[in-house]
Design a protein around this ligand. Structure first.
Ligand code: SF4
Ligand code: SF4
Length: 305
C-alpha cells in the first residue's frame, strides 16, 4: 500500500525517541558513572553500549564504555601479586613491532650481569599503529593494549615517547579493562601451575624410587657375602697366609727349575692343608711314640725267645 514504508520509518524514529526518555528515566541521576577510578589520570567511564535511544554523548564529560577488545596503545603490566614487572626484557615485542617503535634496555645487577627485567622501555606512540602484534607475541602476558585514547599533547617529542613509568599499569587495571581475557589467562596460568606441580611430584617420586632400587641392589650382594661367609679361625687364617706366601714364592721361582718349584708347591699345599690344633698334634705324636715303643718291645721279646 502506498505510504506503508514511510509510516514504518516514522514508527522506528518514534520508538528511538521514546526509548531515549525511557533510558534517561532509568539511569537518572547517574547515567554515566565512573565505575572504576584507578588513579587521577585514568578513568573507565560506564555507559553501556547496549542502551537504547538516540543519545548525544556530551564528550568529554560523558564517554561511552568501550568494548573489551578496543585497543589503542600498549601498556606494561606490573604484577601486584609478585610485586615486579611481568616484562623480562626478552625483546620479542621490539622485534615483531612492524614500525619498530619499541626500545628496550635490559637491567643489570650490581656485578654488571644482565637480569630479566627492563631498566628502560620506550614506545613512540606517535608511530605505534595499534596492531597489537607486541601483545600477541609476548610470552609473559607482560604487554597489553590500553583503552586510553585521550593522548593529545602540544609537542610530539618528548611527550609522545612513553617511558616505562608512563606505560606501566597495575594488574588490576588490566583486569578491569579486559575482564574476559584476564579471566581466561588466569585460568590458563592456574592449569599450567597445576601441570607443573604434577610434573615435579612425578619427578620427585621417580627419583625416590630410583634411589630405593639402588639401595636395595647394593644391599643384596652385601647380605649374600656378609651373611653366608663362614668365620675362619686364627690358625686357618695363618695357614692361608702362609700358603699364599708360598704360592707367591713358587710363582716367582717357577721358571728356575722343577725341584724348587715342586718343593714350594708342596710346601704351599702343606700349608694350605686344614690346620690342626697344637694339642691334637701333640696327642698324635704321643700315640705314634707309644705305638713305636710297643713294636720295639714286641720285636725284642720275639728275638729273645
Ligand atoms: S613486553 Fe613481553 S615480549 Fe616485550 S620484552 Fe617484555 S616480556 Fe618480552
Ligand atoms: S601495537 Fe603494533 S605498532 Fe604498536 S607497539 Fe605494538 S607491535 Fe608496535
Amino acid at each position: 500500500m502506498f505510504g506503508t514504508g514511510l509510516l514504518k520509518g516514522l514508527g522506528i524514529t518514534l520508538k528511538h525517541f521514546t526509548d531515549t526518555f525511557t533510558d534517561d528515566r532509568q539511569k537518572v541521576p547517574s547515567r554515566y558513572q565512573d565505575s572504576i577510578q584507578l588513579d587521577k589520570n585514568r578513568r573507565i567511564i560506564e555507559q553501556p553500549i547496549t542502551q537504547e535511544g538516540l543519545l548525544t554523548i556530551q564528550y568529554p564529560e560523558e564517554r561511552r564504555l568501550l568494548p573489551e577488545r578496543f585497543r589503542y596503545i600498549p601498556m606494561l603490566i606490573w604484577d601486584t601479586e609478585a610485586n615486579e614487572d611481568r616484562c623480562t626484557a626478552c625483546g620479542i615485542c621490539a622485534k615483531v613491532c612492524p614500525p619498530q617503535c619499541i626500545w628496550i634496555v635490559r637491567d643489570k645487577d650490581e656485578n654488571g650481569k644482565p637480569v630479566t627485567r627492563p631498566a628502560e622501555f620506550y614506545i613512540d606512540v606517535a608511530v605505534c599503529m595499534s596492531c597489537s602484534f607486541c601483545t600477541e607475541f609476548c610470552p609473559f602476558d607482560a604487554i597489553k593494549m590500553n583503552h586510553d585514547y585521550e593522548l593529545a599533547v602540544y609537542d610530539r617529542y618528548p611527550q609522545l615517547v612513553y617511558s616505562k613509568e608512563e606505560l606501566t599499569v597495575p594488574l588490576e587495571y588490566y583486569a578491569a579493562l579486559w575482564p574476559t581475557q584476564f579471566a581466561a589467562e588466569q585460568q590458563k596460568r592456574k592449569e599450567e601451575a597445576e601441570a607443573e606441580r604434577i610434573r615435579n611430584e612425578e619427578k620427585k617420586r621417580a627419583a625416590e624410587e630410583k634411589a630405593r632400587a639402588k639401595a636395595a641392589g647394593e644391599a643384596a650382594p652385601a647380605a649374600a657375602e656378609g651373611g653366608a661367609k663362614p668365620k675362619r679361625s686364627a690358625e686357618e687364617l695363618a695357614a692361608m697366609k702362609a700358603a699364599a706366601a708360598a704360592k707367591a714364592a713358587a710363582r716367582k721361582s717357577g721358571e728356575e727349575g722343577g725341584e724348587s718349584a715342586a718343593v714350594a708347591e708342596a710346601a704351599a699345599e702343606a700349608m694350605a692343608a686344614p690346620a690342626v690344633s697344637e694339642a691334637d698334634a701333640k696327642k698324635a705324636r704321643l700315640e705314634e711314640m707309644k705305638r713305636q715303643a710297643a713294636e720295639k718291645a714286641k720285636a725284642r721279646k720275639e728275638s729273645g725267645a
